[in-house]
Design a protein around this ligand. Structure first.
Ligand code: HDL
Ligand code: ZN
Length: 421
């Protein structure tokens, strides 16, 4: 075949792969979204998009005012300030700024007028229920995993009252306070009727398991999850590890739930920034490996926050089939790092990963987070199938579609035992 012929075949294949990635519905396995039944816990619309904590942190690079002054402002004033600092006074070139514009563009809104009031008028006409349909459809998201915490008073009240579930939204039981603030959680659990003691004596372990079972059942939680500081070490004798070994992992085995661990976050490095004030640190990943090795009957999911941990995480996943790695989390969710990490994972792990999660906090973000992710994942996979083609191996369109479904949620479902292997 002539070199032109080869180039044409390669270009055709690339376009085909990128189209499959662009249109394959995804399972978004980690978000902070809520189904509409949670009322104003579901954030959406231009003001929530603008006051997203990623943009707050970026805007404060230009603001001299006290943090408290900003937090005392109404949301609309905060949004106007961020719009002015990041979109009007300077070009919105950061990933989070570009995301807002991608979403507006996909919704058919023309931001070139830079007219925030007219944008607000459009959003004011949306109805939350229908708008959920619009955002899921435009983002190509077929199901969303929420982050659900019994320790969040506002959220807990909704669960205790009961709600009619939206089958597109699934629950993940988030237990950070249980593992990381045990002393503070003991009185709360006791107040909810669980017979627990700070020293883990008596019926404490059984009662923590009953708490996990009660909430797993109430939420129909598919997995249990926790974020961990970079200095989390296992093995080590502390309440966190004792609760993991004696309560959480036995619970997960009994209920067929993976345990999702998200190490590397340093909470509150700048408390003045509130939710925007968390940082990142290098995790000693051997701790995760020790857990996977010791508890081979448990299934672990992991995403790790430091870029420098990503290669070791891939090696761990090669060693432990009970470890499923997912997503380019938080500070890693920028195009050049998504590309670097996705390429590394395909080259080291093939298709046995979940390539991305959105971590969306605002419903409309699904549109840009998945559009941007698909662009990068499509380019990486196009390269990989072209490399295959160069060996003489030709993946059929059906095989490419099968593979893309796998890395956009299918492998997660197989790992959870929800789909045929
Ligand atoms: O702990 C987490 O799940 C993180 O994703 C935090 O919620 C963080 O604030 C975030 O939204 N990252 O995208
Ligand atoms: Zn998150």
């Amino acid at each position: 075949m002539t070199s032109e012929g080869v180039a044409t075949r390669r270009a055709t294949l690339r376009a085909q792969v990128e189209q499959v990635v662009a249109r394959t519905p995804v399972i978004d396995i980690h978000t902070h979204l809520y189904e509409a039944g949670f009322g104003d816990l579901l954030l959406w619309g231009i003001d929530d998009l603008l006051v997203y904590h990623y943009l707050v942190a970026e805007a404060f690079r230009y603001l001299d005012r006290p943090y408290e002054e900003f937090w005392a402002m109404p949301k609309s004033a905060q949004a106007e300030l961020i719009w002015k600092e990041l979109f009007l006074k300077r070009s919105p070139v950061s990933e989070s700024c570009r995301g807002v514009l991608t979403t507006l563009n996909e919704l058919g809104l023309d931001a070139r007028s830079r007219d925030l009031p007219s944008l607000r008028r459009w959003f004011a006409e949306r109805k939350p229920g229908e708008y959920v349909d619009v955002c899921l459809e435009k983002a190509g998201v077929k199901s969303v995993y929420m982050t659900n915490s019994p320790f969040d008073d506002q959220e807990r009240r909704v669960w205790e009252k009961g709600l009619c579930r939206d089958e597109r939204f699934h629950a993940a039981l988030r237990i950070d306070p249980l593992l990381l603030s045990w002393e503070k959680v003991v009185p709360r659990l006791a107040g909810w009727g669980y017979e627990v003691r700070g020293d883990l004596s008596g019926r404490t372990v059984d009662e923590v398991r009953r708490f996990l079972a009660d909430w797993s059942s109430r939420l129909k939680a598919r997995f249990v999850m926790v974020s961990l500081p970079p200095d989390w070490v296992y093995p080590a004798n502390n309440p966190c590890n004792q609760l993991i070994e004696r309560a959480v992992l036995p619970h997960c085995r009994e209920h067929g739930q993976p345990f999702a661990m998200m190490p590397g976050v340093i909470r509150g490095v700048n408390p003045g920034l509130a939710l925007a004030g968390d940082g990142v640190g290098l995790t000693r990943l051997a701790s995760l490996g020790s857990l996977c090795a010791r508890f081979q009957e448990n299934r672990f999911m992991a995403t790790v926050l430091a870029r420098e941990n990503q290669h070791e995480l891939c090696v761990l996943a090669r060693k432990f089939r009970n470890l499923h790695i997912f997503g380019c989390w938080w500070f890693l969710n920028v195009p050049h790092l998504v590309e670097e990490i996705t390429r590394m994972r395909v080259e080291m792990l093939g298709l046995s990963v979940t390539m991305q999660h959105s971590d969306a906090r605002v419903l409309d973000q699904l549109i840009y987070k998945w559009r941007h992710a698909r662009e990068v994942i499509g380019q990486v996979l196009a390269d990989k199938y072209a490399d295959l083609q160069a060996t003489g191996w030709e993946a059929s369109p059906e095989e490419i579609e099968r593979d893309v479904r796998q890395v956009l949620g299918g492998e997660f479902e197989r790992f959870c035992g929800d789909a045929a292997g």
